[in-house]
Design a protein around this ligand. Structure first.
Ligand code: PAF
Length: 280
């Protein structure tokens, strides 16, 4: 695997590959790679000739300084994992390579950045779009791969791509779960054994939602699953919402198309998010 720290060197290298007719698949990450990330790389390998993974803990998307400082950075392990699945290129820049003091970014995101995660983490999606746009400009991927666990992020990036007319095909990849159902996340390593057990309430709530879906109305589902989450031990529910998966607006009925249930909770000091899509 070739490793780049400099954007210009990567850009030039990729230009050469493109001129040979190769397609580029891109998997942006913040590192601390787990099987969910590796599944994105594997899906990218099915679709594109050359796979670029980036590892960059993006400061502008953290609204909590402590969270940024504590974010895991096991770089050597990450490199080994990427090599073991034959990722072609890794881009791992320093903060100064991606940002300078004159950087400004503010993008209208059609209110997508003011709801759910955006409401709890003000400025988060401004930071995400800022860095993803920078990375897209450097890498110019044909395809970019994102995990369904951050479904709202996928909706935000889809909106940006459409609005700025960026030529890239975005691919949404399924959530990868631990054997007992917990959605994989780089932050899971910080859960104490008891919190790890308590965190299963999120997957259980979504499974309950899926099982009851046919027999209950949207408002009955909302009430029942919310009360299940509120009474689950050791977790503090932040939201449970049922949205239209396409418009990403609150669903009032099952009619319009696919439905997504989204949940966020604090388990100990760690925030956990998860979701489940019911296809039409
Ligand atoms: O999903 C993530 O890991 C990050 O938000 C991303 C897309 C790499 C941007 O920093």
């Amino acid at each position: 695997m070739k490793i780049f720290n400099r954007k210009q060197a990567l850009h030039t290298y990729l230009d050469e590959l493109r001129s040979q007719g190769k397609t580029i698949g891109f998997v942006p990450t913040m590192g601390a790679l787990h099987a969910g990330h590796l599944s994105l790389i594997e899906q990218a390998q099915q679709k594109a000739d050359i796979i670029v993974c980036s590892i960059f803990v993006n400061p502008t998307q953290f609204n909590d300084k402590k969270d940024l400082e504590n974010y895991p950075r096991p770089v050597e392990d990450d490199i080994k994992k990427l090599e073991s699945i034959k990722c072609d290129l890794l881009f791992i820049p320093e903060v100064e390579e991606m940002y300078n003091s004159s950087d400004k970014w503010s993008m209208e995101l059609d209110n997508l950045d003011n709801i759910l995660e955006g409401k709890i983490r003000p400025g988060h999606y401004q930071g995400v779009t800022q860095i993803v746009k920078k990375l897209f400009d450097i890498i110019k991927p044909d395809f970019a791969f994102f995990g369904q666990k951050d479904y709202q992020q996928f909706m935000v990036i889809s909106y940006m791509v459409k609005k700025l007319r960026i030529k890239v095909i975005l691919v949404l990849c399924p959530i990868v779960r631990e054997k007992d159902g917990l959605a994989m996340s780089s932050r899971n390593i910080y859960l104490s054994p008891q919190d790890r057990q308590n965190s299963l309430a999120l997957f259980h709530a979504l499974s309950k939602f899926r099982d009851l879906y046919k027999s209950k109305s949207i408002s009955q589902l909302k009430t029942e699953i919310t009360s299940f989450l509120k009474s689950a031990p050791g977790i503090e529910m932040e939201y449970f919402e049922i949205f239209n998966a396409k418009s990403f607006e609150s669903a009032t009925s099952k009619r319009p198309g696919s439905i997504i249930a989204l949940v966020a909770a604090k388990v100990g000091s760690i925030r956990i998010i998860d979701n489940m899509i019911i296809e039409k």
